[in-house]
Design a protein around this ligand. Structure first.
Ligand code: F6P
Length: 370
């Protein structure tokens, strides 16, 4: 019988347990395979911390949030050990063989796709599933966790409406999504935000302020601004470019590869506080901020996420049965599709400028801040 190793890596996401159950139940019950779990992502695989996963262990987990395996953001080739980052890929490869695995199933987001590809290049059989509330993985229509987070963020905007309205305030609500604006855009539209700011559309603070003032002139003395974590004003874009250039130049001097992409000056919450203050000054309206943070990743998965996780999970077991490895199980319409990891890893699915959601937002009169 085939022997499966499974792990969950990166930030947790609603639907992970449903996906583990989907892979496991199909593999064990339908195909007669066996499965073990590794705890806390690639760290547990490196430390060989395993968890028994028999049919009974897969019961009663469908609706649970988080991941029963635990997770971490540790990477095989840059594992934090004793204050240093060590390449532990050899140990991981060794543990794969010591556990007599036929395949390693990795449930994770963008980082996990890259790590899985590295293990594929070392000759391991790997299959991944696309998990993230950000919905920013390439080559799949959607990722599990997104729908649940969308529901939570939309509910939050709904609730903020009544208090913003009562107090005649601006409420700036920060929504997760550091590279792509799917969540902020989707929740912003579904929740009826007045302004939506996403990483794909650099915004001008003055233009946001004008949208709010225009609402006031129409008698609407409150506004909801939905901002994605990674959204930057034009000025912040310029600062980022400057900082990245400087830091990479000094890294280059030290002979290191230029990898700096962010700047501490542009921390999410601080940017949001700054924007709220600027809007207060520019509009004369009192403002407040709400950072939804990890609330968006917690709790039970929505029905749509359970369904998606389950169908991707069972499709994963089918691929293992067919011996098709080195792929991500993608959702394509009603079907699932095996996509080569090379086509997924290192790519980010951002919101296209002409995406129907953006068009729809603009036609509704929602300001995108540009
Ligand atoms: O990638 C998923 C995500 O939730 C992002 O939206 C967010 O920027 C990040 O994880 C937060 O990471 P952490 O859980 O490590 O704080």
């Amino acid at each position: 019988a085939k022997y499966i190793g499974i792990l969950t890596a990166g930030g947790d996401s609603p639907g992970l347990n449903a996906a583990i159950r989907g892979v496991g139940k199909a593999a064990l019950n339908h195909y007669g395979m066996q499965m073990i779990g590794f705890r806390d992502g690639f760290r547990g695989l490196m430390e060989n911390r395993t968890m028994r996963l028999e049919a009974a262990d897969l019961s009663d987990i469908l609706t649970r949030g988080g991941t029963l395996l635990g997770t971490s953001r540790d990477k095989p080739h840059r594992m934090p050990i004793g204050g240093k980052q060590m390449d532990m890929t050899d140990v991981i490869v060794g543990n794969y063989y010591d556990n007599h695995l036929d395949v390693l199933v990795c449930l994770g987001g963008g980082g996990t796709q890259k790590n899985a590809l590295r293990l594929k290049e070392r000759g391991l059989n790997v299959i991944t599933l696309p998990k993230t509330i950000d919905n920013d993985i390439a080559m799949t229509d959607i990722t599990f966790g997104f729908d649940t987070a969308l529901g939570i963020a939309t509910d939050a905007i709904d609730r903020l409406h009544s208090t913003a309205h009562s107090h005649h305030r601006i409420i700036v609500v920060e929504i997760m999504g550091h590279r792509a604006g799917w969540l902020a855009l989707g929740a912003g539209i579904a929740g009826g935000a007045d302004v939506i700011l996403i990483p794909e559309v650099p915004y001008a603070v003055e233009s946001v302020a004008e949208a709010i003032r225009e609402r006031s002139r129409r008698g609407k003395s409150f506004s909801i601004v939905a901002i994605a974590e990674g959204a930057l004003s034009l000025q912040e874009h310029a600062t980022l470019a400057e900082v990245v250039k400087k830091r990479n130049a000094s890294k280059h001097k030290e002979g290191k590869k230029a990898v700096v992409e962010s700047a501490p000056e542009l921390q999410y919450a601080e940017k949001t506080v700054r924007l709220a203050k600027q809007l207060e000054l520019l509009t004369g309206l009192e403002s407040r901020i709400t950072i939804l943070g990890h609330l968006q990743r917690g709790g039970i998965p929505s029905a749509a996420d359970r369904l998606l996780s389950t169908r991707l999970g069972t499709a994963c077991a089918d691929l293992i049965d067919q011996g098709q490895f080195g792929v991500m199980v993608a959702a394509r319409g009603d079907a699932t599709q095996a996509v080569l990891l090379e086509e997924v890893a290192g790519k980010v699915k951002t919101v296209p400028q002409d995406h129907p959601w953006i068009q729809s937002a603009r036609h509704l009169g929602i300001s995108m801040g540009d």
